[in-house]
Design a protein around this ligand. Structure first.
Ligand code: SF4
Length: 339
């Protein structure tokens, strides 16, 4: 199904793709909870990395069933493309979340390091196999970059990846953050990677309320403070991590109504052995985080055609001129930048 859907891109050209998508994303339909405008730091990052990428991800691939169009389906598949590093990060986050949920439920006081590592390796391998076959894994589609663009990246060394998985799981188990979580009473562990965590940002011009998504990996709420823990398996010192930390703090304040000085964010660098580091420049204040979100939303609204129906035209979303960004971009087939 995946490969069949994608092949349509070999039978058309960029002009045809743009015309089809433009019609799709300018169609005025009443918005629902899946298509209304919402905001997140990852949306902001994509908007700023390449406008076309943002368009394809958030608009070109939406309402895929209703569209019943091969081009829209192909773009939807490309939206699912992730690198091996991202898949590995997902696996580690899932293992960490399961371990902490078990701790909260009192099921497993002492997790077995060997078993956890084997479990992570097994999940990683199963996902790779599913992607290779174009099949679902555990109810979801895994679409790996090297299976869609086999000529564009070197095959990863399986032994090295398995070694790296062991390193990351050990870093998680020996981290100060995990020790801190273990010390807490179970009922203080409020959130463990809960899906769809969000809050409403009020009084946004033209939109009113906007749903802002922020999903902490772990949120510990003791009587007098909140600690949010964010596991990082990639570069833990990126500038955008500071923005994310500010939005986590804003989320915790909105949801639990604690003042900002009582809301802490720990970035845990699993690649660097599990050390907790502060984002460079410190965690933004609530005022700074709110300003940042409102400014980003304002810029996105300016790119819309019809705000009430949340429609956009592809003409407002050009492709980047920085070809280095395209090399690792899952959408490059839809931009004719894959060869
Ligand atoms: S391939 Fe390049 S131009 Fe196309 S969406 Fe990706 S980064 Fe943007």
């Amino acid at each position: 199904m995946r490969d069949d859907d994608l092949k349509v891109l070999d039978r058309i050209d960029l002009r045809e793709l743009e015309a089809t998508l433009d019609q799709h994303t300018r169609r005025k339909e009443k918005v629902d909870r899946w298509t209304e405008f919402s905001w997140s730091v990852s949306r902001h990052r994509m908007f700023n990395s390449c406008r076309r990428r943002y368009y394809l991800h958030y608009y070109g691939a939406r309402r895929v069933r209703e569209a019943d169009d091969k081009v829209v389906s192909a773009v939807w598949w490309l939206k699912q493309v992730v690198s091996r590093e991202v898949w590995l990060g997902t696996v580690i986050h899932e293992v960490a979340a399961e371990t902490i949920r078990a701790l909260r439920e009192g099921k497993e006081a002492e997790p077995d390091e060997y078993e956890l590592i084997e479990k992570a390796r097994h999940t990683y391998r199963e996902g790779v196999q599913a992607s290779r076959r174009g099949a679902r894994f555990d109810g979801r589609w895994i679409v790996l970059f090297d299976h869609v663009y086999p000529h564009d990246v070197d095959s990863p060394d399986d032994e090295e990846v398995e070694e790296h998985i062991g390193h990351l799981v050990r870093a998680f188990l020996s981290s100060d953050a995990y020790a801190f979580i273990r010390e807490q009473a179970a009922h203080y562990i409020y959130e463990v990677d809960e899906p769809f965590q969000s809050f409403s940002l009020h009084d946004v011009p033209q939109l009113g309320d906007v749903r802002v998504f922020a999903i902490p990996d772990v949120l510990v709420h003791t009587p007098d403070a909140i600690t949010i823990i964010d596991w990082k398996t990639g570069d833990a010192r990126r500038e955008s991590i500071r923005e994310q930390a500010g939005i986590y703090r804003f989320y915790a304040h909105q949801r639990y109504n604690l003042p900002e000085e009582k809301i802490h964010v720990w970035i845990v660098d699993l690649n660097g052995g599990g050390a907790s580091i502060a984002p460079s420049g410190g965690v933004p204040s609530l005022a700074e985080a709110e300003r940042f979100a409102r400014q980003s939303i304002h810029e996105m609204i300016e790119h819309m055609e019809d705000v009430a129906h949340h429609t956009v035209s592809i003409s407002r979303f050009p492709m980047t001129e920085d070809l280095s960004l395209c090399q690792r971009c899952g959408f490059k087939w839809a931009c004719w930048r894959h060869e």
